[in-house]
Design a protein around this ligand. Structure first.
Ligand code: 26Q
Length: 791
């Protein structure tokens, strides 16, 4: 398609789809018109992909996830169908700026963080590779809340992405299933039949996900909850206008809002309803599609691979057994085997508080037949493995990790370290019983979004040197390695980074009224706020550095800007205290006439995928400082390394593999290892001892305690100061001294700009393994036994 053809298509949509005239069209109208014109180019390859999968009788992959953190879709689509230049020209011809129009799109935040973003990267890679696949999830009316700060504290407001026309989806009223809840189980003719006493309708909304070069497109199918009988006319006629709309309102509650907690909020009935709602609708759809092609259910595991993104859809195990056994009449043992043949489970956390448990009472009330089947599955398993001591149901709770493990062919961790720890800790016994089941699939990120689109300067530099094939064969970045020794290339690489930083500085000036010196080191920590991620270690270091600069204001300090971004779960008290502390420290430091030229702290609110795309290409330093053993993988760490930020990090999650690949000389490693963490925690005095041994640390905590960041109010941050000097479960104090040491090495390294750039180039050159294409190929060969349908 040429630019003039695209321009005409945009104008046609503006006129005939939107009913607008070019003279009065707003940026919103232009965005919709452009989106429709681009979408038109996706529909044909999408149909062709669906047809090819049928024709080839391909095995299909079904990715079940409560979260898809997809962000904006327009640029992704334009880039993947290769129309970026044409779109720019076409918009210019229409008097519009393509970037402005693309940035007008709301960021679809149907996820909390890493797990949801991983699902989005996987969908894009599946389409790029050409694996027939569906993503299944919930069409939340409200995504993750909007964050703002009021006097330094987090405020939450509902997210309203669907207030605007959502151009990418196609509603499928014909693809709808009734999903039941509650009721009872009765025997009927030798079969156990569940008759729910409540039902909602799940309606499908399909979004095509186009792969690189537009060669394949898969479907993201999101379910919306609707009432079976939308409107109670009887109630209306009696004058009960609220009551008349009640059935619809109550059904819709299920897909109303994403839970904003990225660990577990326990016992929430609505959450369990959401989990069953989308899992049941998805499985019904999977089985319907299978039935339309095959008539032998024993083929199911050959044709269907289902991936459970954490335990959130783990009710898929009993639900599939229920469909096969209760509805299709398969013998129970065979049904369990068949279901297991299709199912796989990815674990994303070892934090004990984050492992899902549902009380038998709640489960039995909402899903009585599933509760029976869970006990049955548990019995069958216990009979087969008499030595077993851990049960699926324990102390009145259903343990969803055990359920998912027991019902899966493969269980995977998301980084090498995490997978090993899974074997040694949470799944120790199940691993001993099923030593083949646990496999590792280290996470990855899509290079189309996280390098090509997000960092056009770096991308054109790279493509100028090694051509474009790195975009879907990311390990070709290796070819840049010799260029690390080429001063001309280093100069160009440095120029690209500096331009990205200048652009970010301008954005900060425009949107937040703060001036950042692009010459300063941009030190970035962006992720959900969590004690284990230790944003408070980072801010403590800022405090200590601020104090040290005061001691020697004429010292030779390396200027830095510490950039924070991230949301706290609304009910997570301590995380919100950390946010408040960061903002309060920022207020003092940024207004300090002595130190602010060396050290600033900024915290733009409402961190999301789109903001990550802006921040990562401009980062010099990537903060990956979790307590070892706690971060399952991390994926931000990979995005930074690819974009040439150096990492300061612990040996945790995928940091271990990043450090390995880029080389320890190009990585600022610090802190205790996981076994050291465990040993250290055994000493009840660990925090006190660490503080006594490091006067810098003692002084920084003292400043928090005595009100230096709260106008003298010693009460305000007492909980943080007390935790640090008391329990300090995440060992901030014990790692502080080594963190400080590593940060001063960072300072020294940054001052030698050319050497720094050399290290950055090596990070880019050696991080190609972290493409989600590689991860998906790993799942295809080791977990799904699925192949690409592309020639
Ligand atoms: C569960 C039950 C009830 C309410 C909420 C939840 C819930 C929601 C989201 C539990 C966990 C999450 C999200 C977890 C998550 O994002 N984990 C991250 O997954 C990434 C992808 O594998 C890893 O890179 C990160 O290390 C891991 O923290």
């Amino acid at each position: 398609m040429t630019a003039p053809e695209l321009r005409d298509a945009i104008l046609r949509h503006l006129t005939y789809s939107l009913g607008k005239d070019a003279g009065t069209a707003t940026v919103y109208d232009w965005r919709l018109a452009l989106s429709y014109a681009v979408r038109d180019r996706i529909v044909d390859p999408w149909f062709a992909s669906t047809k090819a999968a049928y024709a080839k009788q391909s095995k299909r992959v079904y990715y079940l996830s409560m979260e898809f953190l997809i962000g904006r879709l327009l640029e992704d689509a334009i880039v993947n169908i290769g129309l970026l230049d044409e779109a720019g020209e076409a918009m210019n011809a229409l008097g519009q700026d393509l970037t402005t129009v693309m940035l007008d799109e709301p960021d679809a935040a149907l996820g909390n963080g890493g797990l949801g973003r991983l699902a989005a990267c996987f969908l894009e890679s599946l389409s790029t590779i050409g694996t027939p696949a569906y993503g299944y999830g919930i069409r939340y009316e409200h995504g993750l809340f909007k964050q703002s700060f009021f006097e330094g504290r987090q405020q939450e407001a509902p997210e309203e992405w669907l207030q605007q026309v959502h151009t990418w989806e196609f509603e499928r009223p014909e693809a709808a299933f009734q999903i039941g809840f509650g009721g009872s189980v009765k025997e009927q003719g030798g079969r156990m039949l569940w008759s729910p006493d409540e039902a909602v309708v799940a309606t499908a909304h399909d979004t095509p996900i186009i792969g690189w070069r537009g060669r394949w497109a898969n479907t993201l199918r999101l379910w919306e909850a609707r009432a079976v009988h939308g409107f109670d006319l009887g109630a209306f006629n009696r004058g009960d206008y609220f009551g008349a709309a009640e059935p619809e309102a109550s059904a819709r509650t299920i897909s109303r809002v994403l839970y904003p907690d990225d660990t577990t909020e326990d016992g929430k009935r609505l959450r369990l309803k959401q989990e069953y709602f989308f899992t049941a609708a998805s499985l019904r759809d999977v089985v319907r599609r299978f039935d339309s092609e095959y008539d032998d259910l024993s083929l199911l595991p050959q044709k269907v691979a289902i991936q459970l993104n954490d335990t959130h859809p783990a009710i898929a195990g009993p639900e599939l057994v229920r469909i096969l056994h209760d509805e299709k009449g398969m013998a129970l043992d065979t049904a369990i085997e068949t279901a297991r043949g299709c199912l796989n489970y990815t674990n994303h956390t070892l934090l004990p508080e984050a492992l899902e448990r549902w009380s038998e009472g709640l489960m039995g009330d909402l899903l009585p037949r599933h509760m029976d089947l869970i006990r049955k599955i548990d019995e069958v398993h216990a009979k087969e493995y008499p030595a077993r001591t851990v049960a699926m149901v324990e102390n009145g709770d259903v343990k969803m990790g055990e359920l998912a493990f027991t019902m899966a062919s493969h269980v995977n961790g998301v980084s090498a370290l995490h997978t090993e720890l899974m074997k040694e800790t949470v799944f120790q016994e199940l691993h001993a019983l099923h030593p083949e089941r646990i496999v590792n699939q280290t996470n990855g990120v899509t290079p189309r979004r996280w390098v090509l689109s997000a960092n056009p300067r770096l991308s054109s530099l790279v493509s100028g040197k090694i051509g474009m094939n790195w975009v879907d064969d990311l390990e070709q970045l290796k070819e840049l390695e010799p260029l690390a020794e080429d001063s001309g290339f280093r100069g160009d690489y440095d120029t690209a980074k500096r331009s990205n930083k200048a652009e970010l500085s301008n954005w900060f000036a425009k949107t937040h009224g703060v001036k950042l010196d692009p010459e300063a080191m941009f030190d970035v920590q962006i992720k959900r706020i969590h004690e284990y991620k230790r944003q408070h270690l980072n801010i403590l270091e800022a405090i200590a550095l601020w104090q040290e600069i005061h001691d020697d204001p004429n010292g030779d300090w390396t200027p830095r800007v510490k950039i924070f971004g991230g949301k706290a779960a609304p009910g997570y008290y301590f995380a919100k205290e950390i946010i408040y502390l960061i903002n309060s420290v920022a207020e003092v430091l940024n207004n300090d006439p002595v130190t602010s030229k060396y050290l600033k702290v900024v915290y733009p609110p409402n961190y999301n995928v789109s903001l990550a795309e802006q921040l990562i290409p401009a980062a010099d330093l990537s903060e990956q400082i979790s307590t070892a053993g706690k971060e399952a993988s991390g994926t931000g760490n990979m995005k930074f390394a690819l974009n040439g930020a150096l990492t300061i990090g612990t040996l945790d999650g995928a940091n271990v593999e990043i450090c390995d690949l880029v080389g320890p000389d190009n990585f600022f490693l610090f802190g205790m290892t996981e076994p050291q963490v465990v040993a250290r925690r055994a000493d009840p005095e660990h925090a006190a001892n660490a503080i006594a041994a490091d006067p810098r640390l003692a002084r920084a905590i003292e400043a928090i305690r005595n009100g230096a960041f709260s106008g003298g109010d010693a009460e305000r941050f007492k909980p943080i100061a007390d935790d640090l000097s008391g329990k300090d479960y995440f060992l901030v104090c014990s790692d502080f001294t080594d963190y400080w040491r590593a940060q001063r090495e960072v300072d020294a390294a940054y001052r030698d700009s050319d050497t720094w750039t050399r290290m950055a180039v090596l990070n880019t050159a050696r991080s190609g393994w972290f493409s989600s294409d590689r991860t998906i190929r790993g799942y295809m060969s080791d977990v799904w036994r699925a192949s690409s349908a592309l020639a």
